[in-house]
Every structure is written in structure tokens, then in C-alpha cells.
Design a protein. Sequence first.
Length: 283
Amino acid sequence: MSENISVLGLGLMGTALAESLLAAGHQVTVWNRTPAKAEPLLARGAKQAATPEEAVAASPLVIVCLLDYQSVTSTLAGAPLSGRVVANLTTGRPAEARELAAWVAERGGEYLDGGIMAVPQMIARPGALILYSGSEPAFDRHEGALSAMAEARFTGADPGMAPLLDLAMLTGMYGQIAGLLEAAALVRSAGYPLTEFVSSLLVPWLNAMAAQQPLWAEKMASGDHSTEVSNLEINRAGVENLVRAFREQGVKPDLLLPLKAVIDQRTARGLGHEGLSGLIEEL
Ligand code: NDP
């Protein structure tokens, strides 16, 4: 069903979002601080609003994708939010999302926060995911339209939940990147071809390890950190060995050292018999 939807913010991401909504047959009104960026969308049937107020007045669903939360409040400051659903897909922190949800509610609007797990090229393609939190009734009413941009998943009534999960997923990614960088530096120091190492050795290994993570999650959720596989004491010796090997190869183990510090701290408490999942209790 075609809906009236406004999109505020036509950067790389906002443009991709607006394009996907137009392609799905919605009536899209756009606004951007620099108006010229709307031109390609106007050629595809979007309407241009002269002000944020006009854009908000045009549609019950208002999608906002700007630089940061400060630019969102300054843009929406004079807009008539009563009866509107503000779906803010700007990246931010949980506390900012909760604050903005209250700000929108004070002005009579409903709030959804969204964490975009995709780059602009992925929007409206398989694999793109947007996490939402905040008003469940608003999500239910607009789920069809939101799904035109990416798989839409509601994660809870706390508006901070979607940004928190977004940050958690980025945390997992940065951990993986840290491992890749250290492993690549070690391999490069020995002159082994890096592309060969990454594609034929590291990636299959990481995929096999990733398949174990739901079991780790069960351990962490239950607080039962017993293990029959490899306990912390073995891992402490293993990471110490790694760090020595790095130094012998002339490579800095700087991205591994924080992990080593947490393992050392946990084993120093006499918990070396536990599995690695127990490290969560130190964080
Ligand atoms: P861009 O830099 O391409 O666009 C930024 C947008 O914010 C532009 O529309 C810009 O307007 C607008 N803007 C900046 N400052 C202000 C302000 N003070 N008042 C009003 N408008 C302002 O960024 P993206 O589109 O890539 O990113 C937008 C959001 O999407 C960010 O929060 C980003 O983290 C998130 N995101 C982006 C991803 C990506 O891969 N690009 C992935 C996941 C999330 P103007 O055109 O006038 O400069």
C-alpha cells in the first residue's frame, strides 16, 4: 500500500533510503539542508519541501537521517510533530535516543530509533537490516513501508535498544578487525602471501569459530562458565606465547594486550579452571 513518507537528510544514506521508498511506490517528500542534493530524487517522482516544517507536515511517517542527533533536534525544532511518527535512522548512542524520544513525545509525536546495519549500496537488497526500537504501535503501523528500505526488526520499547545493538554489532566487527590486523602483521613479518593467508586459512577458521558463538552466548547468559574444552589457564599460556612470538618476529602485539590483561586478571582471582566466557564478568 502506498504511503506518504517524508525523508529529511539526503546524504549518501538518506538518498538511498528515499530511492528505495520511491521504488516501492510510496509518495516521498524530501528535504535537505543543501537543496540541490534532492534533484536526482525529484526526477524519480519525489516532491521537495522548502523547509523541515513543510516536510514533516506532508507525511505521517517522517524518516530522518542526518549527521548526528544535534542536527536532528535543530532540524525538527520548529516542526509540527503532533500525530507524526519520527523514525530517526541517524547513528547515535542509547542515551541520545532516549533523550530524543522524550523530546518528540513532549511535542506529541511517536518515536522510533533505527540502527542501519548496511552501507548505502546495500539498501533495499538482501542482507540489509535496520534495527528499530521505541514505539511498537508505530512500528506495527509502518512496518510495510520500513521494510522497503531493508529488513525491519523491532527490538524493544526502550528507544535506546536499537542503537545499543547497533553499537554491539560494531563492537563485534572491530574485535574481528583487530584480530585480522594482528594476524596479518604477524604473517607479513614472515613473508607469507597475505591474500592467500586471509582467504584460504583465516576466513574458514573464523567462520568455524563464529559457529561456536551461540554456545558461548548460552554460557554467558547462564553465568555457568565451566568448560571441558579449553580453560582460562590454557588460554593464558596461549596468549602469553602469542605475545612472545609477536615480539620475536618484531611485530607489536598492541591489539592483543588488552585481552591478555583481562585473562591475567581473571586467572589471578583463581578462576583459571573456567572457560573464556567467564571474562565477561570482568567487564
Ligand atoms: P553524509 O555525510 O553523506 O550526509 C550527512 C547528512 O546530514 C546530509 O544530508 C547533510 O546535509 C546533513 N547534515 C549535516 N549537518 C547538518 C545540520 N547541522 N543540519 C541539517 N542537516 C545536516 O552521511 P550519510 O548519509 O552517510 O550518513 C547519515 C547517517 O546515516 C549518519 O548518522 C551515519 O552514521 C548513518 N549511517 C551511514 C552509513 C553509511 O554507510 N553511509 C551506514 C549506517 C549508518 P547537507 O547535504 O546539507 O550537508
